[in-house]
Write a protein that binds this ligand. Structure first.
Ligand SMILES: Nc1ncnc2c1ncn2[C@@H]1O[C@H](COP(=O)(O)OP(=O)(O)OP(=O)(O)O)[C@@H](O)[C@H]1O
Length: 419
């Protein structure tokens, strides 16, 4: 029997449609010779083959449907033969794909729930805290120091003094600015290693004593009457016989004032006029006071020395350099100081530590300002033509178109008094 159903017959069976077989189109030899068991095993095999075929067909259709959805482009370059590797890559690379790439999460350390999570403790640096504290302290100290500097200079009202000098002094802008600068620098602090010594020089009638008076008036109003001294040699020490007594009283008076000023935490002001008339003994005493070796209170003081020492050379210098000096391109102080200093140091060592302030010769226009000021003060109407006529009565150095008064404004008061 089996010989009739040799493997030669199986290929024939496979070539046939299994459905035909199920419909009963079996070969005639089978009907005639095969037993029931043979028939049933053949049927089972066919059913299995058909089921497998149907399953494969179904899967192919599903894959075709998925791939047609995924590949949106009409012309795909992918191979026609389906592979899962390409399919997966295509899905991942498609931006429209619902399977978006997940954001990478930060790596986390997972601790077992049963054990305690040991977080590393932040170490607090003591040095860091100290550094912050130090920075704050330094900042506060600097801030406080700046505030104190302002407070200190404010009580001397240098702004008020500046206004007064601008209003009352004519033709001496450079000297006035320099004077205010020195005062501001000195009065900004209370502790000093030397007193401030300002020496005012210049020809007659240019306003040296006038400035001295304005300074005395101003400082009396800000530090008090008892801390300002005005010393006129010809008045306080008129004869040579008085000199020993004068030196003693000057020394004791200055000592008293600086001690008193130290107690009040203020800076006293000493104004010495007519220094050119001071006898040597008095100059020596003054030098000892200005350059003390011992006490602090002597270091916190302002000395104003007023004289006409060096006036001839100041006059010569101004006349020779009138074109630049008057137009403001030349600093009289800078140019004159080296020469003036060497002259004064030869005169007396008192001037060694002094800051020198040379006054300019006064031009005619400034002399006219003096007349207007004085006439207004005395109740006269300062008529322009009248003022010009009065100014014409004075004598002038004439350099080009410029006229410099021989005696500044010295004769102004006398002339107005005669009106
Ligand atoms: N630059 C000036 N501005 C305003 N007024 C002045 C000026 N110069 C002088 N005067 C007036 O002239 C008068 C005399 O001036 P001051 O006494 O200051 O002269 P001085 O420079 O001290 O001269 P001297 O060395 O001869 O004493 C003063 O009363 C003042 O009113």
């Amino acid at each position: 029997m089996f010989q009739n159903h040799t493997p030669e017959c199986f290929p024939k069976m496979e070539e046939q449609d299994p459905s035909d077989r199920l419909r009963g189109d079996q070969p005639k030899e089978t009907k005639e010779n095969g037993s029931f068991s043979q028939f049933s095993s053949s049927v089972r095999a066919m059913v299995r083959i058909r089921q497998k075929y149907q399953a494969m067909k179904k899967r192919r259709l599903e894959i075709a449907a998925v791939s047609s959805q995924s590949f949106m482009s009409p012309r795909s370059t992918s191979p026609k033969v389906f592979t899962f590797e390409n399919f997966q890559d295509t899905i991942n690379s498609n931006p429209a794909s619902p399977h978006k790439r997940k954001k990478k999460r930060k790596a986390r350390v997972l601790f077992p729930s049963s054990s305690l999570r040991a977080v590393p403790t932040k170490e607090r640096s003591r040095a860091k805290n100290c550094l912050y504290l130090l920075c704050i302290i330094v900042f506060l100290q600097i801030y406080n120091a700046i505030e104190n500097l302002d407070d200190h200079v404010l009580k001397y009202d240098l702004d008020g003094l500046e206004k007064t000098l601008k209003r009352e002094v004519f033709g001496q802008q450079e000297v006035a600015e320099s004077l205010l600068g020195h005062l501001h620098d000195y009065l900004s602090t209370y502790v000093h290693n030397k007193p401030l010594v300002l020496s005012l020089h210049g020809p007659t009638g240019v306003g040296k004593s006038h400035v001295g008076r304005l300074l005395a008036q101003h400082f009396r109003s800000v530090v008090g009457e008892d801390l300002v001294m005005q010393y006129f040699v010809l008045h306080h020490c008129p004869t040579e016989d008085d000199i020993p007594q004068c030196t003693k009283s000057l020394d004791s008076h200055v000592s008293e004032m600086v001690t008193h000023a130290e107690e009040q935490e203020k800076i006293p002001v000493f104004i010495f006029d007519e220094v050119e008339h001071m006898p040597r003994e008095l100059l020596d005493t003054l030098q000892d006071l200005i350059h003390p070796k011992n006490n602090n209170e002597y270091l916190n003081a302002i000395y104003i020395l007023i004289s006409n020492l060096g006036h001839e050379d100041i006059t010569k210098f101004v006349l020779h350099n009138s074109s630049v000096a008057v137009s403001g391109h030349l600093s009289l102080i800078q140019e004159l100081n080296p020469w003036l200093r060497s002259y004064l140091e030869r005169y007396h060592m008192l001037f060694l530590e002094a800051d020198l302030l040379p006054f300019m010769l006064l031009e005619k226009s400034y002399v006219m300002d003096c007349f207007i000021d004085e006439m207004s003060r005395e109740g006269f109407y300062p008529d322009r033509s009248h003022v010009e006529r009065l100014a014409e009565e004075l004598s002038y150095y004439i350099v080009g178109e410029r006229e410099f008064s021989h005696s500044g404004c010295r004769q102004v008061v006398a002339k107005v008094n005669l009106l």
